[in-house]
Design a protein around this ligand. Sequence first.
Ligand code: MG
Length: 251
Amino acid sequence: MAAVPRLGGVSVAPVGGRGTATPSVGDGPQAVLFDMDGTLVETEEYWGEAMFGLAASLGGRMSPEARAATVGTSMRRAMEVLHADLGVVRTETQLQADAGWIEDRVAELMAGSGIPWRPGARELLAAVRDAGTATALVTTTPRRLAALVLASIAADLGADPFHVTVCGDEVPARKPDPAPYLQAAASLGVDPAGCVVVEDSLVGVTAGLAAGMAVLGVPALQTLPPAPGLTLRETLAGIGLADLAEVLVAR
Ligand SMILES: [Mg+2]
């Protein structure tokens, strides 16, 4: 009878080590930082529907190109793109009112239609949590709306899986500025070089790379051009901790 083969040479080093040594596959990421809209949850359609609705109320139609250009951006930037696309001039007060209208509409759509996961996102987030790896949500969306998504995620997973959440109204500058990701890493007490960012938009990928982090890009509504430090996948379905470790060393 043949001997039971041993798992010789297989490294099973725990994921999530907080050491300061150069990251390797065996160490895994110190932290995984997730974007929200379009990455974890299927909410970009709601933002799109809200913006098309606002455009209609202003007497115009937003072009698909302009809509695509707003993905992942701040509310102010999105309103500027929309107004320019329609050829309308809005005062600062009107811009703020338009932004508020969009937020109300997105909240309404979330409440009425639910907050579906992106493919594979639930499984990956649960795997990161179960491994004890530090994790953060880093979104440009204001806290008021992010709280709705966080509540939905927490209800589905049984608890809030994030150690830190950073929202668009809590940072000195928004993506593509690295500030939101650096703020999350500082709050977690981890080295940016040991972090993996998961993003769907160009501004988000740009922010993660500018923060000195490795980025897993899962494009949804935008094409993501190749960049040093960026690993591209079509979907999060089937992505696990070992893949995140590879993202870290692939840059
Ligand atoms: Mg996004």
